[in-house]
Design a protein around this ligand. Structure first.
Ligand SMILES: Nc1nc2c(ncn2[C@@H]2O[C@H](COP(=O)(O)OP(=O)(O)OP(=O)(O)O)[C@@H](O)[C@H]2O)c(=O)[nH]1
Ligand SMILES: [Mg+2]
Length: 325
């Protein structure tokens, strides 16, 4: 059996959770190949097939389109297994991403749905928070609470992150952010806004509170899940916002960028957990359950891989020690 790590997606309806998973899968494959590793096809959940369908949707975005979740979004819980192994060998690591319709988070949603998300986060080693960047950045963040629901996200984390017995990684991934990462100073602005009051400040404050500080690592890593489309405008109809995007040029194709970054941080964290446990397992007996049993070569290639974090666009907010190899 390979070791299994669970990651729960977090984010309201339509922010881009499933698209993010799709782009991550696509882009990470080439990173893995460079290390002589590969995704091993997973016949149980047909991850690759489902993601291919979503990929088709992303590729076929028209000249101008409105980004929505809900109807075109997903209506069920889905588990995406990313199995990683040496070429031609059995996988040594399985990353299971838990994806669900974003409306599960809403205050009025079914109790069992909300409980499902809570349980899933509690059982996960990491949480991947997708953030709709235009909602955060445009009109001084007027639509952020409505679209991204940071308060709801914080309340959920507060109810789950208590008495943590093992460290957790929280990855903040702003998506649809082509317009905001065109140069270093714009990227900085995006990252700053995520930290601010209008963004996720109170969640960061909570994660950095005395009882959690030592056990939580968090990073912000912007991704471009489509790459070739850019935010153009918001139209307000009957007090509802509609976000429109357009292609950067007539023949611009699907060109995701930095989508492997969240996975690199994840692997870094997993590797570090392994190393720490090996060093001081007497201290951390509580979370010895996921030994990777890496051989020397594999450990080396993983170590090489995780140094590929893009320092220009991503930052570690807290818990650097859980990510240092
Ligand atoms: N412009 C732009 N649009 C995107 C990007 N990623 C996703 N979208 C669009 O945003 C919409 C919602 O994306 P999804 O990935 O389905 O969102 P979701 O969070 O899974 O939504 P639910 O499953 O309903 O919770 C779709 O119309 C996507 O085409 C992006 O990087 N840029
Ligand atoms: Mg979805």
């Amino acid at each position: 059996m390979s070791s299994e790590f669970k990651i729960t997606m977090l984010g309201a309806s339509g922010v881009g959770k499933t698209s993010l998973l799709t782009a991550m899968y696509e882009q990470f494959e080439s990173t893995l190949n460079e290390m002589n590793l590969q995704f091993v096809p997973d016949s149980e959940t047909e991850t690759a097939a489902i993601l291919a369908e979503k990929l088709g949707q992303l590729r076929s975005l028209t000249e101008e389109f409105e980004a929505t979740g809900g109807v075109e979004g997903d209506d069920d819980i889905r588990y995406f297994n990313f199995d990683i192994g040496n070429l031609g060998k059995r996988p040594f690591l399985r990353l299971t991403f838990v994806d669900y319709p974003g409306y599960y988070l809403y205050p009025k949603s079914d109790k069992t749905h909300k409980q499902f998300v809570k349980d899933s986060i509690a059982e996960s080693e990491a949480v991947l928070v997708a953030i709709d960047a235009p909602a955060l950045m445009e009109k001084k963040g007027k639509w952020n609470e409505y679209i991204n629901r940071p308060t709801q996200v914080k309340i959920l984390c507060q109810s789950v992150f208590q008495d943590l017995r093992s460290p957790k990684l929280v990855i903040f991934a702003p998506v649809k952010c082509e317009k905001y990462v065109r140069n270093a100073s714009e990227s900085e602005k995006l990252i700053k806004r995520i930290h601010e009051d209008r963004g996720y400040q109170s969640l960061f404050d909570f994660l950095n509170s005395n009882s959690l500080r030592d056990k939580i690592a968090s990073v912000i890593t912007p991704v471009q899940t489509v790459g070739s489309v850019i935010f153009s405008r918001i139209e307000e109809k009957e007090k509802q916002p509609y976000f429109y995007f357009h292609k950067i040029s007539h023949d611009a194709g699907y060109k995701p960028q930095d989508c492997e970054q969240p996975l690199l941080y994840l692997l870094r964290f997993i590797l570090k957990l392994e190393m720490e446990q090996r060093k001081q397992s007497w201290l951390w007996l509580g979370f010895v359950r996921n030994w990777l049993n890496l051989d020397k070569d594999l450990e080396k290639s993983l170590q090489n891989a995780v140094t590929c974090n893009n320092q220009n666009t991503s930052i570690v907010v807290q818990g650097k020690n859980w990510l240092e190899i």
